[in-house]
Design a protein around this ligand. Structure first.
Ligand code: C2E
Ligand code: CA
Ligand code: CA
Ligand code: CA
Length: 276
């Protein structure tokens, strides 16, 4: 009876070792997923507000798991960051995003820039700039079509190293965007020092219905202007938000109003249809 009681307890309250087992299993599955090409990239268009044209796309990873179906990135990216798998995963994303971008150019579609998310750990790995250069050479994508999205925390963590690396990367000809801008704690003096081309206003400000959200968006737009940076608003879902951003001279937008992130196939259909 005592034995039975204990088993029941275990069934209802996962013990620490049980959780550790689960993490190990997840790590193993994710590692296999990378090797077996179970990861897929979705693409979300970016629109130039001055002419309404598609100017780029952000690559967003999903895990097409045979067990769980299409798993969204927030369910495995934070874990991949913790266990270090973000480095091989990030390599896979970078390489495949560049390949797809080059492939579309080879098909004669108007050349678009591809934006790739880079985690802190990935960014600070040894010889990251050399890796990026090697991927460009291998895929044949010109550097000017690649944009790396980093967050403010990447730059804060190791300011000197980040600055040196960003200079190395921009010397290759690629551009840098600061993602989720306004949610971190970077100082304006730091931002001013970094070779950054674009600021992405975090979607929380765009979706904020209070006057403060709009005020912050306006402030970030004028800040970008004065720093000579391009500014993109993410998470644009309504016509009102679109009009507000156009009126305040935001350069470009991204969001469900234009399109959700979609598979490469769907993106291509969507892009072709829009050209006609
Ligand atoms: P993020 O880089 O800020 O990407 C934007 C997220 O907002 C995406 O979620 C996108 O689907 C979503 N989004 C786009 N438009 C709208 C909109 O109009 N409204 C709302 N509510 N959401 C919108 P997703 O694809 O689930 O990605 C979540 C996060 O996962 C990303 O946030 C990024 O931090 C991370 N992530 C995705 N792919 C990668 C990757 O390849 N590498 C790394 N390191 N992180 C990635
Ligand atoms: Ca992003
Ligand atoms: Ca973002
Ligand atoms: Ca984010």
């Amino acid at each position: 009876a005592k034995e039975q009681g204990r088993n029941q307890m275990e069934a209802y309250q996962p013990s620490m070792s049980h959780m550790a087992d689960e993490r190990l299993a997840l790590e193993r599955n994710l590692r296999k997923a990378i090797e077996r090409d179970e990861l897929v990239l979705y693409y979300q268009p970016q629109i130039d507000l001055t002419d309404g044209r598609v100017c780029g796309m952000e690559a967003l990873v999903r895990w097409n798991s045979p067990e769980h179906g299409m798993v969204p990135p927030l369910q495995f990216i934070p874990f991949a960051e913790e266990c270090g798998l973000i480095v091989p995963l990030g390599d896979w994303v970078l390489r495949n995003a560049c390949l797809q971008c080059k492939h579309w150019q080879d098909q004669g579609l108007p050349a678009l820039k591809v934006a790739v998310n880079i985690s802190t750990l990935q960014f600070h790995q040894l010889h990251f700039a050399d890796k990026v250069q090697a991927v460009l050479e291998e895929t044949g994508l010109e550097a000017k079509y690649l944009c790396l999205e980093i967050t403010e925390s990447v730059a804060i963590q190791n300011e000197e190293q980040a600055l040196a690396l960003l200079n190395q990367l921009t010397a290759l000809g690629i551009s840098i965007a600061i993602d989720d801008f306004g949610t971190g704690f970077s100082s304006l003096s730091l931002l001013h020092k970094l070779p950054v081309h674009q600021i992405k206003i975090d979607k929380s400000f765009i979706g904020d219905k209070s006057p403060q959200g709009a005020q912050i968006a306006k402030s970030i737009i004028s800040l970008s202007r004065s720093l000579n940076m391009n500014v993109l608003a993410e998470g644009v879902e309504t016509e009102e938000q679109y009009d507000f951003l156009a009126q305040h001279k935001c350069d470009s937008i991204q969001g469900y109003l234009i399109s959700r992130p979609v598979s490469a196939y769907e993106f291509e259909q969507w892009h072709r249809a829009r050209l006609n």
